[in-house]
Design a protein around this ligand. Sequence first.
Ligand code: NCD
Ligand code: ZN
Length: 345
Amino acid sequence: MTQSLTITRPDDWHLHLRDGAMLHAVLPETTRHFGRAIIMPNLVPPVVTAAQAAAYRDRIMEAMPKGAAFEPLMTLYLTEDTDPNDLAAAHASGLITSVKLYPAGATTNSASGVSNFENVRHILDRMAEIGCPLCVHGEVTDPAIDIFDREAVFIDRVLDPIRQATPGLRVVMEHITTKDGVDYVKANDQDLGATITTHHLIINRNHILVGGIKPHYYCLPVAKRESHRLALRAAATSGDARFFLGTDSAPHLDALKETACGCAGCFTATNTMSLLAHVFEEDSALDHLEAFTSLNGPSFYGLPTNPDTITLTKGGPVAFPAKLATPDGEVTVFDPGFPVHWHVT
Ligand code: NCD
Ligand code: ZN
């Protein structure tokens, strides 16, 4: 029996497209299924000003595959020197959709992030005033805090104080990886949402560490223990409007991942929709897939849903490429470790 499901075209509310040759290689993997994506600003150097965001948007549009109707939603990288007037003008003109907060040193290319949150208080106040959402990488960088606890500690030490100090600020907790993150979102009001990645619904920390170290499962925030993965699954598949898809698809060349000090990031743009259909079917929640991938995100951001649809059809195993070629080397496509039968058209 053919099983098929037609849903509103999905969006990706957290995506790394990079620049140059890598941008050209990975962009078609996203535009094939997705209507829009929030484009992360952690280039080297980061996208800090409106002028840099406009130039980056132009480079993305130049790399766009023929016929693609994909809209990049640009973000600014928040620094302690960000000019609130530049930010507000970029938001008012529609150039940027949100602003990204990286604690300094938390992840790939985050050296210019925020060290002292008091120094960005006035910028966050301005964002609350103009209704510009803040996307947050929620991990503390205190070396005394165990890497598996860094998200939970961030909520208590940084996120909750920021939200108390700046009422009305709309916040997206990006790529949550813990039950603590899920519970914090559920306990709070509609000004708070969270993205969940595809890979954090599929792997726990055993996948990274048991039977040999698996660099292609290493990302930040790092996958946690199984009970946390199950909490993420329950949140994503529940239909709750505060949870939506942000793949955090983060390509790195294999040479930079398969090494003594490998980069963090899983590349999931290619197979995300097939994997999500598998996950939602496994949890008897296919009827909530559209909410997670296509409805809850636009609703949080106050944007219309995409006007068209995609269709997922269950059939024989889908043959995904294991690698994506770029002029500088290969990028490994996320391997879920099980066969997937959902084809996307
Ligand atoms: C991201 C990257 O490579 O830019 N890596 C990752 O593991 N997710 C950065 C990030 O979003 O933390
Ligand atoms: Zn990311």
